[in-house]
Design a protein around this ligand. Structure first.
Ligand code: ASP
Length: 334
C-alpha cells in the first residue's frame, strides 16, 4: 500500500474523529447518516437488453452453486463480449477511422473497489482487463494503447477487433465522406439522430450477500478516435453500494456521464426511494436539463426489488432480465 510524504496511507483518507472535531457545525451536519442496511435477498443476476436471458443463463448456475458475484458478472459479460454482436464487444461499432475500441468497468460491493478500461484496443475480454485493473493495481481506470499494453502484461492476447460486419459498416459509412456525428451541436432542444450505440450491464448478488456490477460496450458508431463513453466512468456507467444496491446505464454516454445517473439512483435508494422511482428520477434529471437523448437505467436493491426507466427508447424495446431461483423474468421498460 503506497504512502505519501507524511507516511499516511493514500487509501486511508477518511476523516477521523480528530478531523471531525475541527469541522464547523454546518459542515459536520452535512455528512450523511450511515444508511440503514437493506436486508440481503436471495441471489440474483440482472442483465440489460436482449442480452439478459443468455447472459443470465451463464451466470445463474454459478450463483446457484455458491459462486462469487464477481466471477458471475465477469462470466456473464464475457459471454456477451464474445457473441460477435454489433453493439457490444469485438467485431462491431467501428470508430471514425474504422477501428473497434472497447470500454468496460467492474465494481465490487464489499470493498467499493473498481477497475475500468477505456478505448481498449485489440483485446476482446474488456471486462476481464477491467477486473485486472481492480485486482492487480491501485488504479481504477487505464485507457487507450496503454490499456492494451497493460492487458498484454497481464497475459491477455492481442488480436484484431475488426470483423467482416464492422469493416462493411465502416466502408459504407466512409464512402459518404462524412465526419463523425459527434461534431454536431449538443442534443438540446431537438432529438439527436445519432448513429447507434449499446451496452451490456450485469448486476449480481451472491449467496454470501456480496454485490457486484459490471458493464461493457464498444461505444458509439463512428465516434472520434480516443473517445471514451460513460461505461468505464464509476457512477455513470455503473455503480454499487454494498449496503443498498446497484445500477447500470445504457444510452448516449457522452451526455449521461454528465449526470452520474447510476450513482444518483443508488444514492436515492440509500435515502429510502424505491428502485423504479430512483431510476425515473435519475433519468428525469437528464431530461429536465433539456437533453433529448436515448438512454436507460436498470436499478436493483440488495433485497431483489428492481425497476428501470428510459428516455427516447419508447420504440427501441429497452428491457432487462432478472434471474432468480424462481426463473428468468424479462422486464420491458416502456
Ligand atoms: N453508453 C454507451 C456509450 O455511450 C452506449 C450505449 O449504451 O448505448 O458508450
Amino acid at each position: 500500500m503506497a504512502t505519501d510524504s507524511t507516511g499516511v496511507s493514500r487509501r486511508a483518507f477518511g476523516v477521523g474523529a480528530a478531523g471531525l472535531a475541527t469541522l464547523g457545525a454546518s459542515q459536520a451536519s452535512a455528512i450523511p447518516a450511515k444508511p440503514k442496511a437493506i436486508p440481503t435477498g436471495k441471489p440474483f443476476i440482472l442483465t440489460t437488453w436482449d442480452f439478459g436471458p443468455g447472459a443470465n443463463a451463464i451466470g445463474w448456475p454459478m450463483l446457484a452453486g455458491g459462486g462469487s458475484a464477481l466471477d458471475v458478472v465477469e462470466a456473464a459479460i464475457n459471454h456477451v463480449e464474445l457473441l460477435g454482436d454489433y453493439w457490444v464487444g469485438a467485431g462491431g461499432v467501428p470508430n471514425e477511422v474504422g477501428e473497434t475500441t472497447l470500454d468496460a468497468m467492474i465494481m465490487w460491493g464489499p470493498t467499493h473497489d473498481a477497475g475500468a478500461v477505456g478505448c481498449l484496443k485489440r483485446v476482446k475480454k474488456a471486462i476481464s482487463v477491467a477486473r485486472k485493473v481492480m485486482e492487480a493495481t491501485q488504479h481504477s481506470l487505464i485507457v487507450g494503447d496503454d490499456a492494451t499494453r497493460f492487458a498484454a502484461r497481464m497475459g491477455f492476447t492481442e488480436t484484431t477487433l475488426t470483423s467482416v460486419v464492422s469493416q462493411q459498416a465502416w466502408d459504407k459509412w466512409a464512402a459518404k465522406g462524412e465526419k463523425s456525428d459527434a461534431f454536431k451541436s449538443e442534443p438540446i432542444g431537438k432529438p439527436a439522430k445519432l448513429a447507434g450505440h449499446d451496452t451490456v450491464g450485469s448486476i449480481a448478488l451472491d449467496a454470501a450477500g456480496n454485490l457486484c456490477v459490471g458493464c461493457s460496450t464498444n461505444g458509439r458508431e463512428f465516434k472520434i478516435p480516443g473517445r471514451v463513453g460513460d461505461s468505464p466512468i464509476i457512477g455513470a456507467g455503473a455503480y454499487v453500494d454494498q449496503a443498498v444496491g446497484a445500477a447500470v446505464a445504457t444510452g448516449n454516454g457522452d451526455v449521461m456521464m454528465r449526470f452520474l445517473p447510476t450513482y444518483h439512483a443508488v444514492e436515492l435508494m440509500r435515502g429510502g426511494m424505491e428502485p423504479k422511482a430512483a431510476a425515473e428520477a435519475a433519468i428525469q434529471r437528464i431530461t429536465d436539463a433539456g437533453y433529448e437523448i436515448s438512454g436507460g437505467i436498470a436499478v436493483i436493491r440488495r433485497d431483489g426489488m428492481h425497476g428501470g426507466a428510459q428516455t427516447g427508447w419508447e420504440k427501441a424495446g429497452f428491457s432487462y432480465s432478472v434471474q432468480t431461483a424462481a426463473g428468468n423474468v424479462k422486464t420491458p421498460v416502456p
